[in-house]
Write a protein that binds this ligand. Structure first.
Ligand code: SF4
Length: 362
């Protein structure tokens, strides 16, 4: 047992040394501010570092403290986040900031047990904040770390099994360098992003290749095993949207805060044409026969097929579908982009504007 532990520590020290020698300069690595680290960790979920960097700067400029974030209107928060996707993360940061103001007097807590009570903070993010910002000796396991551990220790059971998850956390704990937990955890993340990569692990130059069981058995490309069975195909979600333009203004609707794209604005949309033309605005909508503009977007578990067509609205007062929307607004066309919109919706509008001729918009 002791031998195993010292082997795990030896591997960990090699990974830390590599990190100290070669790591990339990323903006969240030059701070110990728990708020900034929390923001970066939430942004980095399912998003590459290079994509996150400009959003991270923009966010901290708009909301430099927990206090400023907690007091910002959700529309402003979503505007700053707009384009980064998975908008639930922005809502969680906003809710989390409010929780920290009321429960912890505006200070991000350092204990994992307290961090776990904040909306959107799971075991990984709590470990990252506690170790990086507060130097607490707690491990982290995210997709990167799970991949490294699966390969190093030849774990051939699926990652969605609770026994595998338990094993991974226990291995991460056995490797943790307790006198430098923040740097070690970041070293593991960096190692997963730059060396033990998902598709092209750099085994020939890897500093721990001699210890790696997957490398010894030539199984690195087969690991990790993600799911117990073949995952079913992603279900397809259809969304039909319409371009309704009057007096140089475009009609937008505001989604409820809960659910897909919660709190975002969008052109009037529904899953079926019938729903769209009869229920969405409480007035009949006449869809033009032009070819719609289409766009397909991958969501975490679904494929979203969007289409946009010009339409005209009957006279009368708008009664938005209360199941789906909370408000509507006629927005001047030249400032449409100031609303918080999903990247798919922005893409549709940009494509439409590109293809548009004057006779198409009125
Ligand atoms: S030898 Fe290859 S698979 Fe093993 S840890 Fe290094 S990069 Fe990853």
């Amino acid at each position: 047992m002791n031998e195993l532990l010292s082997l795990h520590q030896k591997i960990a020290r090699e990974i830390l040394k590599e990190y100290q020698r070669t790591h990339r300069q990323l903006p969240w690595r030059s701070t110990k501010d728990p708020y900034a680290i929390w923001v970066s960790e939430i942004m980095l979920q399912q998003t590459q570092s290079n994509t996150v960097i400009p959003y991270y700067h923009k966010w901290l400029k708009a909301f430099p403290t927990v206090d400023t974030l907690a007091h910002a209107p959700i529309d402003t928060v979503l505007s700053i986040w707009s384009g980064l996707g998975y908008y639930r993360r922005a809502h969680n940061l906003h809710h989390g900031a409010r929780e920290i103001m009321t429960q912890y007097n505006g200070t991000v807590p350092s204990a994992v047990s307290q961090l776990l009570k904040i909306p959107g903070i799971g075991r990984y993010t709590a470990g990252a904040i506690a170790s990086i910002a507060h130097n607490q000796p707690v491990p982290v396991v995210d997709g990167n770390v799970a991949r490294i551990l699966s390969r190093l220790f030849l774990i051939e059971t699926p990652l969605d099994k609770s026994a595998t998850i338990k094993q991974l956390w226990s291995l991460a704990d056995s490797m943790l360098i307790k006198d430098n937990p923040g740097d070690f955890n970041q070293a593991m993340m960096e190692f997963g992003a730059t060396i033990c990569k998902p598709k092209q692990p750099q085994c020939t130059t890897c500093s721990v290749a001699q210890f790696c069981k997957a490398n010894q058995h030539n199984k690195q490309h087969l690991l990790p095993i993600r799911k117990s069975n073949h995952s079913p195909e992603r279900p397809i979600l259809i969304q039909k949207s319409v371009w309704i333009y009057r007096n140089k203004k475009l009609l937008f609707l505001h989604r409820h805060n809960e659910g897909l794209f919660g709190g975002m604005w969008e052109l009037p949309s529904a899953e079926t044409e019938q729903q769209l033309t009869q229920q969405t605005l409480g007035l009949p909508i006449k869809i033009s026969t032009d070819c719609p503009i289409t766009h397909t977007q991958k969501l975490s578990h679904r494929l979203l097929k969007l289409s946009l067509t010009r339409a005209s609205l009957s006279k009368g007062s708008i009664q938005i579908d209360p199941q789906r929307y909370q408000a509507f607004r006629w927005q001047p066309l030249d400032i449409w982009a100031s609303l918080p919109l999903s990247s798919g919706m922005k893409h549709l509008i940009k494509q439409y504007l590109k293809s548009m001729h004057n006779d198409l918009i009125e």
